[in-house]
Design a protein around this ligand. Structure first.
Ligand code: OXD
Ligand code: MN
Length: 579
């Protein structure tokens, strides 16, 4: 009697007609043999094995270099359940349309069956997925990003409680690219892209879009958040989760190295992109990192911005769309040292510093195992997770939003997350630098109507006897000349120390229209090139600017109609009133 997963694999094979089917066991030998095959076909290029042992370069199709939100759909029976925040297609129409693209799509190719666990192998909060793919690059990437192979099949047994993901490269044409989510069936269909979040289905598709849908049904949260443990000189460690939109420094904050002035502090990495958080029996919120690796943005990474990631990616790492030096090492804009005199760009074309083009694609990435990270937390695989004391919501905003402020309470904190906006980045196709609403940094990732999502957050807070404190942060304020007002990176620890002070009731705050703001004297700026005028600006409340912002927030809220919880609207009215 075939198990449910065997049955489903058979159905997919009948649809896509692969030449053969390979069930991935997740072993090292299997990984090496797949790498070997991809070196033969040119899908991977071997990097300098002395300097970057176990590292390879992949170049994706030039039209397939970032998540494509406009081709990503949530296919619920009722359009309203997907909400105005998602593209929607009726499930039957989606199956017909995309089914046609899958018909015979794997002819002459190998179908890889990739069973995987999202979360630590033995955690009660972990979930199982199976991705079927015709891309060996996707299969090996899944081995880095998840607990992949036999362990997942063993945990699944003959159960049908897993998320199904069917992925095919198709012809890679954006015309025939669709990333379809069927949350009511716990099913994902992705065709026409081999890149990142479009193709590694455990990540955005499962851990966030389907995850958020499942989390609402089951009473937990699936969020676009890093998780860190901040250890103080006293030895006390406090866990903080932080939501930032894509390519806004989550990986850097997750691996923050305290600057020389902050000796005795240590930041431990639990996760750098996604957190699954559940109320525990003690009334606290407990978080696990569902992933096992980092799929991070390469450009801008260097020994100053993120020394830990630079050490992490020196071995066993797949690089995608970075440049290549004559020494066969990876290169990207903002990497340490002078640019190479000559190199190959991300498409393999000759490049020199005079080329006036980017050597690496702005969304070029590394895929690397989390355990290699020097700052990985000893608790990162704790099956019970870590208790979260504070949640930060941060966007990339040149003006208006202070460096940090704290919400009055949980409900106000949910409003701070719900009213967040940020400038767009290269992580998704489309214009860069446009301010768009991005509640909780989840706009591209919430698998259901965001009005209902805000309601879910509000209700979940009621179950927490000790809810995390909620803050908004903005590392990206600039002055009139466009210069950053705050140095950011490791120096953000100075701001995080205020968070710890608030969590432990050890530091005061000023009550303002926006929320609790730090007394500027409580942010330690000794040794920094931050003038008191800059500090004033970082904590100023521009009332006119805020009145305009509230009007914008309300416009955004209106599109959710009856699905918007009254409390969210009331919060925006109260803010307007306080201004
Ligand atoms: C990511 C993203 O890849 O947010 O993490 O785009
Ligand atoms: Mn992300």
């Amino acid at each position: 009697m075939p198990t449910p997963v065997e049955q489903w694999v058979e159905e997919c094979a009948q649809l896509t007609h692969p030449k053969n089917i390979h069930w991935c066991d997740g072993s090292e030998a299997e990984y090496q043999s797949m790498i070997h095959d991809m070196l033969e076909t040119g899908t991977l290029i071997e990097l300098n094995q002395k300097e970057y042992p176990g590292c390879y370069l992949h170049r994706s199709d030039p039209t397939d270099v970032a998540r494509t939100e406009h081709l990503t759909y949530v296919c619920t029976g009722e359009r309203q359940d997907a909400g105005p925040n998602n593209n929607w297609m009726a499930p039957a129409e989606a199956k017909t349309k995309v089914g046609a693209l899958f018909t015979g799509a794997m002819q002459g190719r190998t179908m890889y069956v990739v069973p995987y666990i999202m979360g630590p192998v033995a955690s009660p909060y972990s979930q199982i997925g199976v991705e079927i793919t015709d891309s060996p690059y996707v299969a090996v990437s899944m081995r880095i990003m998840t607990r992949m192979g036999q362990a997942a099949l063993d945990r699944l047994g003959s159960s049908d409680n897993y998320v199904k993901g069917l992925h095919g490269l198709g012809d890679l044409s954006p015309e025939r690219r669709f990333i379809m989510h069927f949350p009511e069936e716990r099913l994902i269909w992705s065709v026409g892209s081999g890149y990142g979040g479009n193709a590694l289905l455990g990540k955005k598709c499962f851990a966030l879009r389907l995850g958020s849908y499942m989390a609402r049904e089951e009473g937990w949260l699936a969020e676009h958040m890093l998780v860190v443990g901040i250890e103080e000189p006293s030895g006390r460690t406090t866990y903080v989760a932080a939501a930032f939109p894509s390519a806004c420094g989550k990986t850097n904050m997750a691996m923050l190295v305290p600057p020389a002035s902050q000796q005795g502090y240590k930041v431990w990495t639990v996760g750098e992109d996604i957190a699954w958080m559940t109320p525990g029996p003690d009334g606290r919120l407990w978080a696990i990192n569902p992933e096992a690796g980092f799929f991070g943005v390469a450009p801008g990474s260097n020994l100053r911005t993120n020394p830990n990631v630079m050490k992490t990616i020196r071995q066993n790492t797949l690089f995608t769309n970075v440049g290549l030096t004559p020494n066969n090492t990876p290169y990207w804009e903002g990497m340490d040292g002078p640019p190479p005199f000559e190199a190959l760009d991300w498409q393999g074309q000759p490049w020199t510093p005079e080329s006036f083009t980017k050597v690496a694609h702005p969304n070029s990435r590394f895929t690397t195992p989390a355990y290699q990270c020097p700052s990985i937390s000893p608790e990162w695989e704790n099956p019970h997770g870590v208790p979260i004391s504070a949640i930060l919501f941060g966007g990339r905003r040149a003006n208006l939003i202070p460096l940090i402020y704290q919400s009055f309470n949980w409900q106000h904190g949910v409003f701070l997350g719900a009213s967040m906006a940020s400038e767009t980045t290269a992580a998704a196709t489309g214009a860069v630098g446009i301010v768009r609403r991005d509640p909780m940094a989840m706009l591209p990732f919430c698998g259901y109507n965001m009005g209902d999502y805000f309601g879910h957050w509000l209700r979940l807070g009621e179950r927490l006897a000790q809810p995390p404190l909620i803050f908004r942060v903005n590392w990206f304020r600039t002055d009139e000349a466009g210069q950053f007002l705050w140095p950011g990176f490791g120096e953000n620890l100075r701001v995080l120390r205020w968070v710890l002070g608030r969590v432990h009731g050890e530091i005061g705050a000023a009550e303002t229209a926006l929320g609790y703001l730090p007394h500027p004297a409580d942010i330690d700026v000794t040794g920094l090139d931050v003038t008191s005028a800059a500090l004033q600006e970082l904590f100023a409340v521009d009332r006119d600017g805020w009145r305009e912002a509230v009007a914008g927030q309300q416009e955004f809220f209106k599109q959710f109609g009856e699905r918007l919880p009254r409390a969210m609207w009331q919060e925006s009215e109260s803010l307007a009133h306080r201004l």
